[in-house]
Design a protein around this ligand. Structure first.
Ligand SMILES: Cc1cc2nc3c(=O)[nH]c(=O)nc-3n(C[C@H](O)[C@H](O)[C@H](O)COP(=O)(O)O)c2cc1C
Length: 372
């Protein structure tokens, strides 16, 4: 029997919903790009630095995505940016996300992204942040189908790698714009669609309505990726089984918590030890310093302390203490004092890492305004 509802919501008649159990460890492809698992790490502005993406790959994400690279910044050189995009071989397959609303500017940015070695060019049609939407980019394009299709066909013509689109359901609550736009974007050249089925107005409140993901997957021939509230293996399997999506995307659940990816892929592997948590956090800090420089990294990393050390892993005052420390060296020393065995675990992680010298640093500024 095929399921007739997703998340307790009735599917419209005619929606084909496949109730097959999808093996999260089975490979799939976006056109000719092979992706080893059904787990995609979400692009998140202010989070998806290279350390996050490489960590995601180590814990089983089959595909990772950069933060939004600013096309406006590329063109005018005047946008506030977090830094420059750095990519390395062990991140691949890698999607680099671009945003903007001018087809020609977007095509130029896509060419740069392809030249830099991205396996996929992802276009952001979901960002709800005003700074982005008021320029006609991000979620605004969900309600401007002519321009949206113009952007995708210009980008798809400009590059030979597959072009993918990340969308929200629409701007207003209850909107179903993604269902009209999705098939048109595929016609314009999109090789995969990721849907985060919340409205732009909702930001991150309420719930992702994956009955829309099922409807979209039934309408298009290309793989659909389901994004939103994937927090456990049970949830991931339910979404894959009831929507016909090819893969699930994980965002917030993986913040400071790569072990969530392992749980989603393989089932409960138990909580990480304190030593593992501290070792991963220190590695993350060191890699982030390499990417952003010590000054930027110091502020950037503060939110990660709570994400790593929370979830009952360390007492609350410990995080507050770390945030007060002035240098990252002091933070590292304090972390190692709290979990002395972490030094050995860290050494093991460092031994496994490929050489940083293989990194390519691109002349592409990372936008500080992200979202989707
Ligand atoms: C802090 C933050 C930043 C985000 N930045 C982006 C972005 O730059 N581009 C994008 O397409 N989506 C962005 N998103 C949306 C996520 O990729 C994802 O679709 C959303 O968080 C829902 O998935 P989740 O419930 O697994 O977090 C962002 C989300 C968060 C929480």
């Amino acid at each position: 029997m095929l399921p007739t509802e997703v998340d307790g919501r009735q599917l419209p008649p005619g929606t084909i919903s496949r109730s097959v159990q999808v093996d999260l460890r089975s490979p799939w492809a976006i056109r000719d790009v092979e992706i080893p698992t059904r787990l995609v790490l979400a692009p998140m502005a202010g989070v998806s630095v290279q350390a996050f993406r490489r960590q995601g790959r180590r814990y089983g994400a089959g595909l990772v995505c950069s933060e939004m690279v600013s096309c406006a910044g590329l063109h005018h050189g005047n946008e506030r940016t977090l830094g420059y995009l750095r990519i390395s071989a062990d991140e691949r397959p890698l999607a680099v996300q671009i945003f903007g609303s001018e087809p020609e500017v977007m095509a130029e940015a896509a060419r740069m992204v392809e030249d830099a070695g991205a396996d996929l060019v992802d276009v952001n049609f979901g960002c709800p942040v005003k700074k982005v939407t008021k320029t006609g980019a991000g979620a605004t394009l969900l309600e401007d189908p002519e321009r949206a299709c113009g952007v995708i066909s210009a980008v798809a013509e400009a590059v030979s790698v597959p072009v993918t689109v990340k969308m929200r359901r629409g701007i207003e609550n209850g909107s179903r714009s993604c269902l009209e736009l999705g098939p048109r974007l595929v016609e314009a050249g999109a090789s995969s669609l990721t849907l985060h089925p919340r409205s732009a107005r909702q930001m991150y409140t309420g719930e992702a309505d994956h009955s829309l993901t099922a409807e979209l997957a039934a309408l298009v021939e290309v793989p659909v990726v389901a994004s939103g509230d994937v927090t456990s293996r049970a949830r991931a399997q339910a979404i894959l089984a009831t929507t016909g999506a090819a893969a699930v995307m994980v965002g917030r659940a993986a913040q400071g918590n790569p072990w969530a990816l392992r749980e989603i892929l393989d089932g409960d592997a138990g909580e990480p030890t304190r030593e593992e948590v501290v070792a991963e956090l220190i590695l993350f800090m060191r890699e982030t310093v390499r990417e952003l420089g010590e000054r930027r990294a110091t502020g950037f990393l503060k939110k990660f302390y709570g994400w790593y050390l929370g979830r009952g892993r360390f007492p609350r005052p410990f995080k507050a203490e770390l945030v007060q420390l002035e240098t990252l060296d002091e933070v590292e020393t304090r972390l190692l004092a709290a979990a002395p065995g972490a030094a050995e675990v860290l050494q093991g992680l460092l031994d496994e890492l490929p050489d940083a010298e293989d990194d390519v640093i691109l002349d592409l500024p990372i936008s500080i305004y992200g979202g989707g």
